[in-house]
Design a protein around this ligand. Sequence first.
Ligand code: GDP
Ligand code: MG
Length: 320
Amino acid sequence: MPTYNEVENLPLIVDRVLSNNEVDLLIVDDNSPDGTGAKADELAAAHEGVSVVHREGKDGLLNAYRDGFAWALERDYEVICQMDADGSHAPEELHRLLEEIEAGADLVIGSRYVEGGEVKDWPRERYLLSRLGNRYIAAVLGDDIADMTAGYRAMRRSVLEGLDLDALSAKGYIFQADLAHRALKAGFDVREVPVTFVDRTLGESKLDASFAAQSLAEVSKWGAAEKSEFVREGAKEFSRFARNEVDRSGLHSLRSAIDQAPERVVDMMSEAVKLARYELRHAGVHELPGKAARGFEALSDMVSEAVRLAKYEAGRRAKD
Ligand SMILES: Nc1nc2c(ncn2[C@@H]2O[C@H](COP(=O)(O)OP(=O)(O)O)[C@@H](O)[C@H]2O)c(=O)[nH]1
Ligand SMILES: [Mg+2]
């Protein structure tokens, strides 16, 4: 469990983890200025099975996980899980992931976007970005996983031992998708189980939308390098999906100034497309087959159109 400034959340989540599961818990703290590290030491002293790794300073989620994984691999843990400290990943649902490991899976993803999965209390823009982003990632990489960026996971140690963790991309949330993609390619049994993701009620998010945009750009690069077919198909699939979502998201019926949120999601998507094209050009894969390039054109046209529409609707509603 990685922590950065989670002093209010930590005692609550540790209690929930321990009272609902038979697991040991490792807290990996990046010297949080709010004293999370000291709180973690207190909890470790009070509860057998709770340990703490203190890192020097804030160094990103992937590096915290690398250290946490290494810690577990040095010991004789057979199954290793990852979970946020802010309560978004319910410890009461961890058994679902562990049961799927029991049933034979190598990597289990606690998924928001499979049947039965859910996201509670996320602003619509953040939901759309994550939902669309995951659609895009899966289509581009050709992986049949609905929630590639999820951080609620359980895996056998063989997955971590079998993959090159140093090679994982540190951009955005992309190491989660990268790890799942590599596991699939290596022939591991990767499955999803539904979970209900709840937005944090205490403390602040450390990751913002630019992370998501970076993730999309990064995935476009791999998709292009691995199989440009998927960039083309992915872009088409994504446009279709994005159109539907934008149609359904109430852009036509913005009721108040607050409802202008959907405008921001399309703005962000637009940024992501720009970034993706830039990255593609600089990755030296600009000589994509004509159709792939047109797929991207179509995608960005769709996004600009949606931005225009949203701005128009917002302007119109403001006058009403
Ligand atoms: N150790 C460590 N933990 C981090 C860092 N950044 C985020 N976290 C933790 O990772 C989890 C997910 O981060 P969060 O801010 O909730 O991201 P969000 O859920 O995507 O908004 C939380 O438990 C954070 O405390 C970091 O740089 N180092
Ligand atoms: Mg969070």
